[in-house]
Structures are given as structure tokens and as C-alpha cells.
Design a protein around this ligand. Structure first.
Ligand code: NAP
Length: 277
């Protein structure tokens, strides 16, 4: 198996590893802690959770159990939409740190620009946490260019990343371009389209050509885009490893063109409060 040392060059964006482990719906205490530990011991250094996933404690247990130093891990969590008033951001961010068993997180996101979100009230709390050293970077999630423009106006800290759904069935070209022009990294969530990419014939053809899995093709394609990281969720060691080994897969121009020719468009995460609705 490829080792982490093989992957260091070009595999980080401003210090953020380009491949991380997602944990949404990984709520069983033992499974969640085990998957985080296994991923870290395999070489992953980026873990993604959120208040609403109700697993920050289990993620913290996995981190504590892994034979990896805290400082070597890029840990991200997200403030849920009901906690986005100034006081609730400060208070619940501290609760998240306690649950995770850490003194700081590397990235704290606004989960959605919805419900209690109000740029002028919410974002100064993120600046405060940043100034106090409780968060290393400020992130946003599910933001469109208009929200990003506003956030950049209000925040003193830079907007480090925008986490959005992204995969071959939802390439998000506009947001990728915005990120490149404004120095905002993109973190692709649901990078396997929650399994939907596996049945796409173009993905299967490319996978066969490289003796790889369709999951690996999706992750390699995302990695080869400028300014994009990805956080596939996997709870079994087989999937965690399969995704990790995508770091050894290089797609050629023909593969990339084939993926870009897929015209099926599908959004997997589409709540009524999504800003595009
Ligand atoms: P995903 O990563 O696209 O897909 C996860 C599904 O694919 C799981 O059923 C998993 O199964 C399976 N899988 C993983 N690796 C596989 C492999 N190599 N071969 C076959 N199947 C594989 O979907 P997601 O969980 O929606 O997105 C990933 C992460 O993004 C989330 O966990 C979360 O951290 C984040 N996210 C953020 C937001 C947001 O609003 N910011 C929204 C959605 C997701 P097993 O579990 O059985 O391994």
C-alpha cells in the first residue's frame, strides 16, 4: 500500500490535506471512533465532523486512540444553523472543543447560511474565536458567491474554505472559479455523490482502464482540480483504504475530458433551506 510519505508533495492546500475523512451518519460510538483511528493510522490527517452529526465525542475518542499527534491532524467541525447568533457561536464552539477533547480546531465552518445566520452577528464571533486561538481558520459551507462576497467584507480573518457538494455529477465550476480568483479553498462534500457515481458508465470505464475503483476515479478527479480537497465518508476499513489509495491514481487528459462530458446533473444534499432553493 502507498504510504503517507509518498503523498506529501502537492497533497495539501495551505496546510489542509486534500483528502480527509467525512463522518456524517457515522453515529455508532464504536464504529465512528474506530474509523477515525483506522484512518489516522493509515495516513489520513484531515477529519471532518459537525455539531449536527452528533458524533464529536466519538471522533474525539478516535483521535485520542490513534497513534498520531494532535498537532499533525487537521480537524474541522461546523456550527449548526440554530447556533449562529454571536453568543451561541462562542458558547457552542467551546462545547464542540470539549466534546472533541482538543484545545483548538484547525477549521471551524458556518454549516449553512440559513436559520440564525446573519453575517454581521455570526461572523464577528468567528473572528473572536480566531483571535483567541481556538480556531486556526474560518470556513463556510454551502455558500454561494453572494454569501462569500458578504462574508469577506464582514470578516477580518480570511475565508479559508467553502465546503460544498462536489463530484462528477455536480462539478460546481462557478464556485471553483470563484475560489481560484478569491483564494478560497474548496472542500468537496459527498465526493462520491453518496454512491451515485459508481453506476455511471464513464466512471466505470475509467476505473477499469486504471484497475481502480469508481470511488478512486471520483476522488482523483477532484484532487486534480485546482484548489479542491475532498472528504469522502467511509466507515469500513476497506472503504477507508480504497479512498486513501486514490492518492496514487493519476488521471490523464482523456479521462478528465470523459468525466467532464458526463451530462447527468444531480444534487444529493438539497434541504429546503439550501440557498439555491
Ligand atoms: P460520500 O462521501 O459521497 O459517500 C459516502 C457513502 O459511500 C457511504 O455510504 C460509504 O459507505 C460509501 N463509500 C465510501 N467509500 C467507498 C468506496 N471506496 N467504495 C464504495 N463505497 C464507498 O457522502 P457523504 O457522507 O454525504 O459526504 C462525505 C462527507 O462530507 C460527510 O460524511 C460529511 O463529513 C461531509 N458533508 C458535509 C455537508 C455539509 O453541508 N457541509 C453535507 C454532506 C456531507 P460506508 O460508510 O459503508 O463505508
Amino acid at each position: 500500500m502507498a504510504q503517507r510519505e509518498d503523498f506529501d508533495d502537492g497533497q495539501r492546500l495551505d496546510g489542509m490535506p486534500r483528502l480527509g475523512l467525512g463522518t456524517w451518519e457515522n453515529t455508532d460510538a464504536g464504529t465512528c471512533a474506530d474509523s477515525v483511528r483506522q484512518a489516522l493510522e493509515m495516513g489520513y490527517r484531515h477529519i471532518d465532523t459537525a455539531q449536527i452529526y452528533d458524533n464529536e465525542e466519538h471522533v474525539g475518542e478516535g483521535i485520542a486512540a490513534a497513534d498520531v499527534d494532535r498537532e499533525d491532524i487537521f480537524l474541522a467541525t461546523k456550527i449548526w444553523t440554530s447556533n449562529l447568533s454571536y453568543d451561541d457561536v462562542i458558547h457552542t464552539a467551546k462545547e464542540s472543543l470539549d466534546k472533541l477533547g482538543v484545545d483548538y480546531v484547525d477549521l471551524l465552518y458556518v454549516h449553512w447560511p440559513a436559520n440564525e445566520y446573519d453575517a454581521e452577528d455570526t461572523l464577528p464571533a468567528f473572528d473572536q474565536l480566531y483571535d483567541d486561538g481556538l480556531i486556526e481558520n474560518v470556513g463556510v459551507s454551502n455558500f454561494e458567491p453572494r454569501h462569500l462576497d458578504e462574508a469577506q467584507d464582514v470578516l477580518d480573518a480570511p475565508v479559508f474554505a467553502n465546503q460544498v457538494e462536489m463530484h462528477p455529477l455536480l462539478p460546481q465550476d462557478e464556485l471553483v472559479e470563484y475560489g481560484q480568483e478569491n483564494d478560497v479553498n474548496l472542500v468537496a462534500y459527498s465526493p462520491l455523490a453518496r454512491g451515485e457515481v459508481f453506476d455511471v458508465p464513464e466512471m466505470q470505464e475509467i476505473a477499469e482502464k486504471h484497475d481502480a475503483s469508481a470511488a478512486q476515479v471520483s476522488l482523483a478527479w477532484l484532487r486534480q482540480r485546482d484548489g479542491v480537497a475532498a472528504i469522502p465518508k467511509a466507515s469500513s476499513e476497506t472503504h477507508i483504504r480504497d479512498n486513501w489509495e486514490s492518492l496514487a491514481l493519476e488521471l490523464d487528459d482523456e479521462d478528465v475530458a470523459k468525466i467532464e462530458s458526463i451530462d447527468r446533473r444531480e444534487r444529493q444534499v438539497d434541504p429546503d433551506f439550501g440557498p439555491w432553493n
